[in-house]
Design a protein around this ligand. Structure first.
Ligand SMILES: NC(=O)c1ccc[n+]([C@@H]2O[C@H](COP(=O)([O-])OP(=O)(O)OC[C@H]3O[C@@H](n4cnc5c(N)ncnc54)[C@H](O)[C@@H]3O)[C@@H](O)[C@H]2O)c1
Length: 248
């Protein structure tokens, strides 16, 4: 068990499936009550009912993180139900890959809006509540692609590099209020997002991983739970790679 997660209130965005779902389940296993936020309400309900089966409280809420009004309503409903927000995990993310010369304005704008503005929107909505309680843990899901770039992913890499700048700025602004802000940068994790990659690309990725296996959503969830716990109370503004050694 990790220290200090018992009865904490967490919001995880994009928690209907994949990495977000694993994070929500892990936080619940550690004793937290978790709001499952997703643009897809049906999948959010599935994650929430899985957590309720574990004997913990959970609430599924539909929200598009790119839409500030949606996010504000989601945070209001969360506080109505649970009274406060202690932990925010900005996990919702999308890809729309294309080579730069072919990338459309829409492809650029959509990925930046969901991945980067989405994290800003959710942070902005919860920070006043966290400041009042003089306690908060914000964990942003970046990507190693935000550190090293990738052919065909200029929009995604820019959004994830942006997340890192947001993380460090928010960490500096909010430290005096008892709020820590950190990011994790996963490498190649087995989810629906990476399932779509061509076999050849998957093999090429795997060759760059010293630990010689793909990552699992649980590999990310454990580090996020640690960053949300009391044991990480002296860590802020950091980016932790979870990539089997792909980027050193
Ligand atoms: N899978 C990987 O290898 C990998 C690597 C590095 C980083 N990441 C990041 O991890 C996060 C989760 O990725 P995943 O692999 O679990 O992806 P996924 O596609 O399996 O899940 C993403 C979830 O986000 C939700 N979502 C999409 N748009 C949304 C919106 N506008 N508002 C709210 N929810 C929305 C989806 O409905 C889905 O439930 C993303 O930020 C992704 O960029 C993934």
């Amino acid at each position: 068990m990790m220290r200090g997660l018992e009865n904490k209130i967490a919001i995880v965005t994009g928690a209907g499936q994949g990495i977000g779902q694993a994070i929500a389940v892990r936080l619940a296993q550690e004793g937290a009550e978790v709001v499952i936020s997703d643009i897809n309400l049906q999948s959010a309900e599935q994650t929430a009912s899985r957590i309720r089966q574990m004997g913990r409280k959970s609430l599924a809420l539909k929200a598009d993180v790119a839409n500030f009004e949606d996010v504000q309503a989601m945070v209001e409903k969360s506080t109505q139900e649970f009274g406060r927000v202690d932990i925010l995990v900005n996990n919702a993310g999308v890809t729309k890959d294309n080579l730069l010369v072919r990338m459309t304005q829409q492809q650029w704008d959509w990925v930046i809006s969901v991945n980067l503005k989405g994290a800003f929107n959710c942070t902005k909505a919860v920070v006043p509540l966290m400041m009042r309680n003089r306690y908060g843990r914000i964990i942003n899901i970046a990507s190693v692609i935000g550190l090293v770039g990738n052919t065909g992913q200029a929009n995604y890499a820019a959004s994830k590099a942006g997340i890192i700048g947001l993380t460090k700025s928010a960490a500096k602004e909010l430290a005096s209020r008892g709020i820590t802000v950190n990011a994790v940068a996963p490498g190649y994790i087995q989810t629906e997002m990476t399932e779509r990659l061509p076999e050849q690309a998957k093999e090429a990725f795997l060759k760059t991983v010293p630990l010689q296996r793909v990552g699992l959503p649980q590999d990310v969830a454990g580090v996020v739970a640690f960053l949300a716990s009391e044991d990480a109370s002296y860590i802020t503004g950091q980016v932790i790679n979870i990539d089997g050694g792909m980027v050193m």
